[in-house]
Design a protein around this ligand. Structure first.
Ligand SMILES: Cc1cc2nc3c(=O)[nH]c(=O)nc-3n(C[C@H](O)[C@H](O)[C@H](O)COP(=O)(O)OP(=O)(O)OC[C@H]3O[C@@H](n4cnc5c(N)ncnc54)[C@H](O)[C@@H]3O)c2cc1C
Length: 554
């Protein structure tokens, strides 16, 4: 079993050639390489060793406080001293002012090295983006420097027992106080980082709550900043009632949090909560895709290392036994993992560069769910294949591939289940503004085909024809429930293939050009043909369309 090692050459290749980061104003490839080299040393040396400790020790509730393993506290102290929390925050707010894309690459490294460590930090970036988009000047000046320095971490408090995917059911209330502040009362569940001892419990909670007389549903929700501590250092009326026991992500504190008239400030105006919270939710959705890339990468690394050592059977040699990486079926699995890790990275980084360039909102509205769902599904597959490649040893804790599968399992669920992402795309996004999002999406695919080898360009053109067929079948439907997931996967697969086409075109610059050329071929010949099957499903939902409720009676 090996620990995670930052795949620095692959990351730089994906950034410069897959994502074309040079499109960013003031992009400095040399500086990016220096920064990421330093980050890699810290991630490999300080963060990766936390992963097995976190899995074994977990986080515990002690006298109402969530206590993470001591090694995490020490690692965070070093992380903070290195200025990493403020890497991409504007200098005006005390950050280093580097491009956001570098913070996302760091996020991928942290996810591969130790997903629970990444998770407890992850929400700060979304909170800062939300403050920049929606906060008052005073709110920005107060909170962004505290988050950028790592003195505070943040949470996103949406979920309640009766309100999961359906946030219109949120019951937590906010009542106005005479001084213009608000008091929050209610209970939130599943709150990641709802308490922790990395910052001594200093947390900025972003809470969705309902104001007096607000309409039912999501229109009645408002967004609040609810800090763990008052200005005088005393604690706000926020209590962690319980920590959840989970199948994975053991060190990540998943908290049930009670707000008992907690002091808060509103962000924006009453009723604007969901719209303003979407800044954070969309940032976190892309960050969950980044988590998926990191998890697929570490699954690949452990599999390659194991398959290069384990000897079983003969694969062409006279004597044998040969290493299992020489067997065709194991190669199929390794190639699949490789294709998923490298291709998803290129796809997500390109989307993040587009986001930083403020490209059309329509394209971002489509690519955010596409990346979230496709990449988190890819992480499941890569993790499951890692277990299979390890054979029986994969089922043992010792080799730590089962841990990847356990940790990765939440990614298709949180930040809006992949099913909800699919509904959003098939039911809404592709219908807005005369299909502006799909028009942009197709332009991106056509652009990837330009300059590509003829076979690659032809494959993308065929794949776009499958998208057209599926879209034509979906648009007239009112209820897209049965086919939405197939449709979203279809779009994901096409975007993924386009990402691979870009990598293939740039293969001479890759750290391992053979790997890129052969993987690109594998994607084109083995993976991409699934688009025809997916399009056929979207055109004909067959038996599923006419099932009576009685079939599903418990
Ligand atoms: C480890 C962990 C960390 C989390 N962190 C946070 C956090 O920091 N902050 C936070 O607010 N929440 C957090 N969550 C909550 C998470 O976002 C929710 O669990 C998730 O949104 C799904 O809600 P639910 O669990 O209530 O499932 P439900 O909404 O009950 O969904 C159950 C199933 O029904 C499907 N479904 C539901 N509605 C529809 C529909 N309209 N159409 C089609 N299918 C539908 C879903 O796709 C799913 O398959 C976390 C959860 C976990 C487990």
């Amino acid at each position: 079993m090996i620990d995670y090692r930052t795949p620095l050459p692959d990351l730089l290749f994906a950034l410069n050639h897959g994502a074309d980061a040079a499109r960013l104003h003031h992009w400095d490839a040399e500086l990016a390489s220096d920064v990421l080299t330093h980050a890699a040393a810290m991630v490999d040396g300080v963060i990766a060793p936390l992963d097995p400790i976190g899995d074994m020790e977990g986080t515990h509730l002690v006298e109402g406080r969530a206590i993470m393993p001591a090694a995490f506290v020490d690692a965070f102290r070093q992380f903070k001293e290195g200025g990493w929390p403020g890497l991409a925050v504007a200098e005006d707010y005390g950050g280093q002012g580097l491009p956001h894309i570098l913070a996302s690459v760091l996020s991928e490294m942290l996810s591969g090295a130790c997903i629970t460590y990444q998770m407890v930090l992850a929400l700060s970036h979304g909170a800062m983006r939300t403050l920049i988009a929606s906060g008052s000047d005073a709110q920005r000046r107060t909170w962004i420097p505290r988050l950028a320095s790592g003195d505070y971490l943040a949470t996103m408090c949406l979920t309640e027992p009766q309100a999961g995917s359906d946030l219109g059911l949120v019951r937590t209330t906010a009542t106005p106080a005479e001084d213009g502040s608000w008091r929050i009362s209610g209970g939130k569940i599943f709150i990641s980082g709802g308490d922790q001892n990395l910052t001594g419990g200093r947390i900025l909670h972003l809470v969705l709550a309902r104001t007096p007389g607000a309409p039912a549903g999501t229109r009645g929700l408002s967004l609040f900043l609810c800090p763990s501590h008052h200005a005088d250092g005393g604690r706000n009326a926020i209590t962690v009632v319980r920590l959840e026991e989970k199948m994975g992500m053991h060190a990540s504190p998943t908290c049930q949090v009670a707000f008992d008239g907690a002091w808060a400030e509103i962000v924006g105006a009453p009723g604007e909560g969901l719209r303003r919270m979407f800044t954070m939710m969309n940032a976190e959705r892309l960050d969950v895709a980044v988590q998926g890339v990191g998890l697929a990468e570490v699954a690949l690394q452990r599999s390659l290392a194991y398959a290069a050592e384990r000897r079983q059977g003969r694969a062409g040699s006279a004597e044998g036994p040969d290493v299992i990486s020489r067997h065709g079926d194991v190669r199929r699995m390794l190639l699949t993992q490789m294709a998923l890790a490298l291709g998803c990275r290129a796809m997500v980084l390109r989307t993040l560069v587009d986001l930083e360039l403020e490209r059309t909102p329509a394209l971002m509205e489509l690519m955010t769910p596409v990346c979230k769902a496709f990449v988190t599904d890819a992480a499941q597959e890569a993790a499951s294949l890692a277990i299979q490649i390890h054979g029986g040893y994969g089922f043992l804790r010792e080799y730590r591939v089962e841990q990847i599968a356990r940790d990765a399992r939440i990614t298709p669920i949180y930040e809006g289940t992949n099913g909800i992402q699919a509904q959003t795309v098939a039911g809404r996004v592709i219908r807005l503004d005369n299909g502006a999002a799909l028009t942009e999406f197709k332009a991106e695919i056509i652009e990837a085909a330009h300059g590509a080898a003829p076979a690659a360009a032809a494959a993308l053109t065929r794949a776009l024809a499958a998208v057209d067929k599926a879209t034509a079948a979906i648009l007239p439907r009112r209820d897209t429930g049965l086919v939405a997931t197939s449709y979203l996967r279809l779009l994901g697969l096409v975007a993924f293939a386009a990402a691979w086409t870009r990598l293939e075109t740039a293969a001479p610059f890759a750290p391992n050009p053979d790997r890129i050329r052969n993987c690109a071929l594998f994607v084109r010949d083995w993976m991409l043909p699934e688009v025809d099957h997916l399009a056929a499903r979207c055109q004909n939902d067959g038996i599923l369309g006419s099932l009576p409720d009685s079939v599903f009676a418990p």
